[in-house]
Design a protein around this ligand. Structure first.
Ligand code: NAP
Length: 418
């Protein structure tokens, strides 16, 4: 496909799909969106680390060909004020896999978050956030090593559907009249702002399916459905019901429900089975503080997942190092989970961890596990040497504070000794 402002690299091949399976060439073309604010610093540092790891892990037989595509302020410069050019979406449809830095959401009328737009236009319905602790990283928990979960948050329904009607608007009045007069729903005050929370079997099941498939592929022990079904029975409660239904119908060999474990197996999960369990959203926060080992993969609706992802990230070092991905049927977009931290722009100061580990997820997605593991080990070694960026330095004793670029250099050097 011909692009106006995007140039394909001189070498490299496309990632393709056949019968639902991904084919990854040895020299895949991967897309990157640099991001605004601190985007340049963390993308530059992380690309050096990813490339070095791939080179060391495969002795030159594999390599990434990077292709820059645009969104945010850089896009506005290249495309004459357009923050979200159509050809960025086209490039993702063609090349399938990429990674992005944080993007500014310009404040002001009617501008939707670029992150939300990317997820919705490309139908990236699973927001995947692994949360685990790396040795040496400052944490408020006494046993942060017990936290090792992967959150699958639904990315297209619930609050993200954005169906809201402003207090006082014509539409709001019409909907209020309809609710009162046609449906007998009277339990709200006059002029209340109104929002609709759609949660469908299709949207819920594809997200829960992705979570169970992940649990099977990565040999995880359980999938917890997190919901608020005690209060919202036909949305949150239905999510839970559809989850159990899906596991029973599509994964009867691989999974077992909590009820079945209690009734037929004396409360013990049979070997090789993945436990499907569920919990109410509010108590999940307590459980993840007090007994985090009881949960492994988590599948949840949009708003619950939003709160849970950031709260759990705080248990193991904060959003500065929490990685994330937005994944659809074929397209996968990995991303830093923090914002653009504008006051640190071009200061070569911030922690590249969130973007770096999103790239580690991307390498795992390509089945390049050796390169991914090399980065994780070299990162742990670097933290163990107490060589860290400013954000960790202020929480650690006897730490050496280094710039983003120096931190990257140290990680690359440590790849030789791990
Ligand atoms: P933010 O950019 O995440 O920054 C808030 C604070 O978090 C920073 O001041 C810094 O804390 C810390 N921080 C963030 N990234 C860090 C890193 N890599 N290393 C170390 N510390 C880091 O949140 P914000 O200030 O609310 O949002 C700024 C802009 O980002 C807004 O335009 C918002 O719309 C956008 N945003 C984008 C995304 C995204 O693209 N996914 C996500 C959230 C927000 P200290 O100052 O305490 O050191």
């Amino acid at each position: 496909m011909a692009y106006e402002h995007i140039s394909a690299p001189a070498t490299g091949d496309k990632i393709t799909f056949s019968n639902g399976s991904m084919n990854v060439p040895d020299n895949p073309i991967l897309l990157f969106i640099e991001g605004d604010g601190i985007g340049y610093d963390i993308m530059t540092a992380s690309k050096r680390i990813w490339d070095a790891a791939v080179d060391k892990a495969y002795g030159g037989s594999k390599a990434v060909s990077w292709m820059e595509v645009y969104a945010g302020e850089k896009a506005a410069g290249v495309y004459g004020g357009n923050y979200m050019p159509e050809e960025t979406f086209d490039a993702f449809r063609e090349y399938k896999v990429g990674i992005k830095g944080p993007l500014t959401t310009p404040v002001g009328g009617g501008f939707r978050s670029l992150n939300v737009t990317l997820r919705q236009v490309l139908d990236l319905y699973s927001c995947v956030r692994p949360v685990r602790w790396f040795s040496g990283v400052p944490s408020p928990l006494r046993h942060p090593e017990d936290v090792d979960v992967v959150i699958f948050r639904e990315n297209t329904e619930d609050t993200y559907a954005g169906i809201e009607f402003e207090s006082g608007s014509e539409e709001n009045k019409k909907l209020a009249d309809f609710l009162k007069n046609e449906l007998g729903a009277t339990n709200f005050f006059p002029d209340a702002g109104l929002g609709i929370k759609p949660i469908s079997p299709f949207g819920s099941k594809r997200l829960i399916r992705a979570a169970i498939q992940y649990a099977i592929e990565r040999r995880r022990s359980s999938v917890t459905l997190v919901h608020k079904g005690n209060i919202q029975k036909f949305t949150e409660g239905a999510f839970q019901k559809w989850g159990y239904e899906l596991a029973r119908e599509e994964f009867p060999q691989e999974t077992i429900s909590w009820d079945e474990v209690a009734d037929k197996h004396d409360g013990r999960v049979p070997d090789g089975k993945i436990l499907i369990q569920d919990t109410i959203a509010d108590i999940m926060f307590q459980k993840m503080l007090l007994r985090p080992r009881e949960h492994d993969v988590i599948a949840t609706t949009n708003l619950n997942g939003d709160y849970l992802s950031d709260a759990l990230a705080a248990e193991v070092g904060g959003v500065g190092i929490a990685p994330g991905a937005n994944i659809g049927d074929e397209i996968a977009l990995f991303e830093a989970t923090h914002g653009t931290a504008p006051k640190y722009t071009n200061k070569d100061m911030v922690n590249p961890g969130s973007l770096l580990f999103s790239g580690v997820m991307m390498l795992e997605h390509l089945n390049w596990f050796e390169a991914a593991e090399l980065i994780t080990k070299a990162y742990e070694k670097t933290i163990e040497q107490r060589c860290v960026t400013y954000d960790f330095a202020r929480q650690m004793e006897n730490a050496t504070k280094v710039a983003t670029s120096e931190f990257a250099t140290r990680i690359i050097e440590n790849m030789d000794i791990v």
